[in-house]
Write a protein that binds this ligand. Structure first.
Ligand SMILES: [Fe+2]
Ligand SMILES: [Fe+2]
Length: 190
């Protein structure tokens, strides 16, 4: 294991998932500051998934290798001042890369190196990232178009503050029961 590519790939995966988790928390913070409470909730849920993925990789690595004092990895990450829209756009492509390119490749290498269990974990994680990609795509497009709280047909919108529910095409600006703003309305994800 010590000289395998899979060891390095687990370390890279740990690093990638750790920073994905933090990046999504940072976007969630921006959403909170701008009043998009339920959008922030979605981001926090995905951030939690990524932190769990990072922990999984940490456990797989130490489980196989025991203790590694230092594993050198090379990776490039962007550092730009982001808006919510840019952050969501970036997240779509980051998840796409993980789901379509990075994890399938890591799984292939792990299998070639005889680590079937680890190969399966990479594949299962890729499936989750694919789901994340679709969620981010929905959020990005609707945020950009200002249609997060709109639906073609009347649908039930729910205020996450007071629980008020009402069927309409577009959610209220202010909740008729508790006055909470639109940012507190539960999102309708496809
Ligand atoms: Fe992940
Ligand atoms: Fe993800």
């Amino acid at each position: 294991m010590k000289s395998s590519k899979t060891l390095t790939n687990l370390a890279r995966s740990f690093a990638g998932e750790s920073q994905a988790g933090l990046r999504y928390q940072m976007i969630a913070e921006m959403c909170m500051q701008q009043g998009y409470k339920t959008l922030a909730d979605e981001l926090k849920t995905i951030a939690k998934n990524e932190v769990k993925h990072a922990k999984n990789y940490y456990d797989l690595l130490t489980g196989l290798n025991g203790t590694a004092k230092n594993i050198e990895i090379t990776a490039g990450y962007p550092f730009e001042k982001l808006t919510i829209e840019d952050g969501l756009k970036f997240s779509v492509s980051a998840e796409h890369e993980e789901a379509e390119r990075i994890y399938p490749e890591f799984a292939k290498i792990a299998r070639e190196e005889g680590f079937e269990e680890i190969a399966k974990k990479f594949e299962l994680t890729a499936k989750v990232e694919r789901k994340h990609e679709l969620t981010f795509k929905f959020l990005y497009e609707n945020f950009k178009n200002g249609t997060l709280f709109q639906n073609e047909e009347p649908t039930f919108w729910e205020c996450t503050e007071c629980g008020h529910v009402e069927a309409r095409k577009e959610a209220w600006n202010l909740c008729p029961l508790c006055n909470a703003s639109q940012g507190f309305v539960k999102l309708k994800l496809n």
